[in-house]
Write a protein that binds this ligand. Structure first.
Ligand code: HEC
Ligand code: HEC
Ligand code: HEC
Ligand code: HEC
Ligand code: HEC
Ligand code: HEC
Length: 640
């Protein structure tokens, strides 16, 4: 019964998690997380990856104890530990895939080698280690498949894989710590130390012993099997020694670094630190010293729980929680993030249970035990309750129902942004303003003039006042000075120059200002308004003016061309090319419109007369973008 309930819950959580994952794949992480640019390592990377790796440390710790030191006492837990490691690392891999912005780039470390990056090392170690764990666990699978030759081969080479596995683990357990050496100003000093890599390694060994104990206790309880207390209490002792060593070293380090005072400084970080030390080290070490506690399944379960929560808290602190006071920003994971994280863990849990039931993972849990655990009592066809709940198909029914209900519920509860994707922020634009500046002829004639604010008070020899345009579409104070009259004059005749830049006009207008159509700073906006046209052209009578053939699809390509009615809308000889019919009335973002007009021409000019200093040439950013003083009401002038 407990197994059924647990599995139903796990299926439910998997369904909820997979729904969020699906939406995240389609719309990106922004739609289902509260991550920001300042705190981009959220629940999954900070909590899941950094905290799951030491939990998976059980694999290499037990492999070392059993296959290198030959302590047969721990043999009953060795396979379970390898499987636990495999599950944790697979979760890390899958979780990371969904935590990076563009998920298909998860393979980049394989293709692009970046030797200076700690993450590069971590990525490779984790990838290789998943491979090694798979080979190590394949023992159990091959055994079940009854392939004696293959099994003999695997047994022969397995010691090599064990050694490789242990080396890889020690490498990346510590280099996860190395990663955070780069954050001395971000991470609170109680956590940041040069010993971080070493601390990460030894806590992972100490915790590894306890996580496999925790899992073994739980699994044996679930299948009503006898607890392997001999191995578990032995692991408890090893763990007490290792974590005790860590505890001493941690405080010695804090006092040597002269940070002892921080231990009693009032504040959230201090409370957090003591809570972490209490759960991860103090409580487990003190309790594990007692033989009575080490040999009691219940006590060992709770001691292990405390250590798992404590060490996970430590990793979460280092990866993010203990940096919030320095970054002054708060990040609270929203429920879809929890759902995704817990969902992936639930799937791993189901796979773990599947392996336990089908391969010989724990010697105490054999086929007979498994059958007993699911034993359905008698079915009475007349009693719907027994028929429904004890039917041989009841399990599958429950699991699939839990899964489907979870997907539906998740879809229903998610906000619109998660289901349909985050709507891009709109940034409406406004027209230019006229300001008075001093025009200074450049020493390099090819670069044109430069401008000085009229109010700057500087006296420059051949400066003369001029009225120019200040272009600042989104009104964020970062403006570009544009000599409108100068450009028009340079381009020739007043009657023809205008349309070179003003490539399109609204009805009854000439040289329409760009912001009227390029009305958003960054997004493309359609200038065609269907409602307005139906309105102006006479409601239902209007339709056939544009949709002349009712049999055809009502798409842009099949409708009357805009130019049929708006003869003056498009100028004949403009610098701006005409887009294809599908993008015909889609005006690009204001910034792109400016850049694509201005820079294209400036580049052409530069090629005609190459500047001596190309970096600051006519097409260089600084030609238009300079550190200019804030504009004030007094400097604006009305109209052109
Ligand atoms: C048709 C080509 C062309 C386009 C389009 C164009 N420019 Fe220019 N721009 C020039 C030329 C030519 C010069 C002057 C070079 C010289 O004096 O030799 C110049 C000079 C400048 C200067 C230096 C100051 C001056 O007036 O001499 C700035 C600033 C500038 N342009 C900004 C812009 C901006 C902003 C845009 C877009 C809104 C733009 N330009 C569009 C051709 C163009
Ligand atoms: C080098 C390109 C260029 C040329 C040539 C040009 N303009 Fe402009 N014009 C602009 C830009 C850029 C703006 C700013 C539009 C905006 O931000 O909405 C502008 C704005 C305007 C505005 C609106 C000013 C306001 O306050 O809203 C008018 C009117 C205008 N131009 C008329 C003309 C006329 C008339 C000519 C021909 C003599 C001409 N332009 C030639 C690029 C040009
Ligand atoms: C009447 C509306 C309208 C006005 C006014 C207008 N545009 Fe456009 N613009 C468009 C549309 C629509 C497109 C899409 C291309 C097409 O239909 O040919 C476009 C395309 C462009 C492009 C090419 C697309 C790209 O991003 O490279 C540039 C550059 C551009 N506009 C610059 C300007 C500048 C500069 C002004 C002001 C001097 C201006 N536009 C005024 C509607 C307008
Ligand atoms: C001024 C020309 C014009 C008139 C008048 C007009 N349409 Fe359209 N219609 C268009 C264009 C252009 C599109 C393509 C819009 C697009 O691709 O964004 C379109 C698209 C449509 C669509 C498909 C777009 C969608 O929202 O799925 C329908 C349906 C439609 N028109 C119905 C009508 C009806 C009904 C009338 C009369 C009341 C009408 N139109 C009048 C130009 C016109
Ligand atoms: C059947 C004729 C017809 C066709 C085809 C047509 N329009 Fe129009 N359009 C009109 C009329 C009429 C008006 C109203 C003019 C007025 O305000 O007096 C108008 C107004 C506009 C306006 C001005 C809106 C405003 O804010 O004042 C824009 C922009 C516009 N049309 C763009 C387009 C585009 C883009 C297309 C092609 C996809 C198009 N039109 C096709 C008849 C047409
Ligand atoms: C020929 C002139 C010109 C050159 C050269 C130029 N820009 Fe711009 N840029 C503009 C104009 C005009 C705008 C619109 C300014 C506004 O509305 O605030 C703009 C806007 C921008 C914006 C958006 C500003 C905002 O408020 O969001 C960015 C970012 C930008 N440019 C970056 C660059 C970079 C980087 C380069 C060099 C590769 C460059 N620009 C070269 C003319 C130029």
């Amino acid at each position: 019964m407990k197994l059924r309930i647990l599995k139903t819950i796990l299926w439910f959580l998997s369904g909820a998690g997979l729904t969020v994952i699906l939406l995240r794949i389609i719309h990106g992480p922004g739609s289902v997380s509260a991550l920001t640019d300042i705190l981009p390592w959220g629940l999954w990377k900070g909590g899941g990856v950094v905290a799951l790796v030491p939990i998976g440390g059980a694999g290499f710790t037990l492999a070392a104890l059993v296959y290198i030191f030959h302590w047969d006492r721990y043999k009953p837990l060795a396979r379970g530990a390898v499987l636990l490691g495999l599950m944790c690392y697979s979760c890390v891999g899958i979780g990371l895939t969904f935590d990076i912005g563009i998920w298909w780039r998860i393979v980049y470390p394989v293709v692009f080698w970046q030797f200076h990056s700690t993450l590069f090392e971590v990525a490779w170690c984790i990838m290789l280690y998943i491979g090694v764990l798979t080979v190590e666990f394949s023992h159990a699978v091959v055994e079940r498949l009854n392939m004696p030759r293959l099994l003999a081969l695997i047994k022969k080479v397995s010691i090599i894989f064990v050694i490789i596995g242990i080396s890889l683990s020690t490498l990346h357990q510590s280099s996860l710590g190395t990663l955070f050496l780069a954050t001395p100003y971000r991470l609170h000093p109680l956590w940041h130390t040069d010993l971080l890599p070493f601390f990460f390694l030894i806590t992972s060994i100490g915790l590894g012993c306890l996580t496999i104990s925790w899992v073994a206790l739980l699994i044996h309880w679930l299948y009503d099997a006898e607890q392997p207390m001999d191995a578990i209490s032995g692991l408890g002792r090893i763990s007490a020694i290792v974590i005790g060593f860590y505890l001493v070293l941690k405080f010695v380090e804090i006092f040597i670094a002269g940070e002892g005072g921080l231990l009693i400084t009032a504040g959230a970080d201090t409370v957090n630190f003591w809570l972490e030390i209490l759960l991860s080290a103090l409580i487990p070490v003190v309790l594990l010293l007692f033989k009575k506690i080490r040999s009691s399944p219940t006590a060992m379960f709770w001691v292990s729980t405390s250590a798992i929560v404590g060490v996970s808290l430590n990793r979460v602190n280092v990866a993010g929680l203990a940096t919030q006071s320095a970054t002054q920003s708060v990040y609270l994971p929203i429920w879809p993030e929890w759902s995704m994280t817990i969902g992936i863990l639930s799937i791993a849990g189901l796979v773990f249970l599947f392996c336990v039931e089908n391969f010989s993972v724990f010697p105490g849990i054999n086929k007979k035990r498994v059958v007993q655990a699911y034993e359905s009592r008698r079915v009475d066809l007349a009693d719907w309750k027994t028929f429904f709940f004890r039917n041989p198909l009841a399990n599958i029914r429950f699991y699939s129902m839990a899964f489907i209900v979870a997907t539906g519920l998740t879809f229903g509860c998610l906000p619109d942004d998660s289901v349909y994707g985050v709507k891009p922020l709109e940034t409406p634009t406004q027209g230019p303003r006229i300001v008075e500046v001093l025009r200074v002829a450049s020493t390099d004639a090819d670069l044109g003039a430069s401008f000085l604010a009229a109010s700057s008070g500087q006296t420059v020899a051949d400066a003369r006042p001029a009225n120019v345009m200040s272009i600042d579409g989104n009104r964020d104070g970062e403006y570009v000075l544009f000599d409108h009259a100068g450009h028009a004059a340079r381009l020739g005749d007043k009657s023809t120059s205008c349309e070179l830049c003003h490539h399109m006009n609204k009805p009854l207008d000439k040289a329409t200002s760009c912001h009227e159509c390029h009305s958003d700073m960054y997004l493309a906006v359609d200038i065609f308004e269907h409602e307005l046209h139906v309105d102006k052209l006479g409601d239902n009578a209007a339709c056939e003016k544009c949709h002349s053939d009712p049999a055809q699809l009502k798409v842009r390509a099949n409708t009357t061309a805009c130019e049929k009615c708006h003869q003056d809308m498009r100028s004949g000889r403009s610098l701006v090319g005409v887009a294809g019919p599908d993008k015909h009335s889609l005006a690009s973002g204001y910034k792109d419109a400016m850049h694509n007009l201005c820079i294209t021409c400036h580049k052409k000019q530069q090629q005609l007369k190459p500047a001596k200093d190309t970096g600051a040439g006519l097409a260089g950013c600084t030609r238009c973008h300079q550190d200019l003083p804030k504009l004030t009401q007094q400097t604006w002038k009305p109209g052109l």
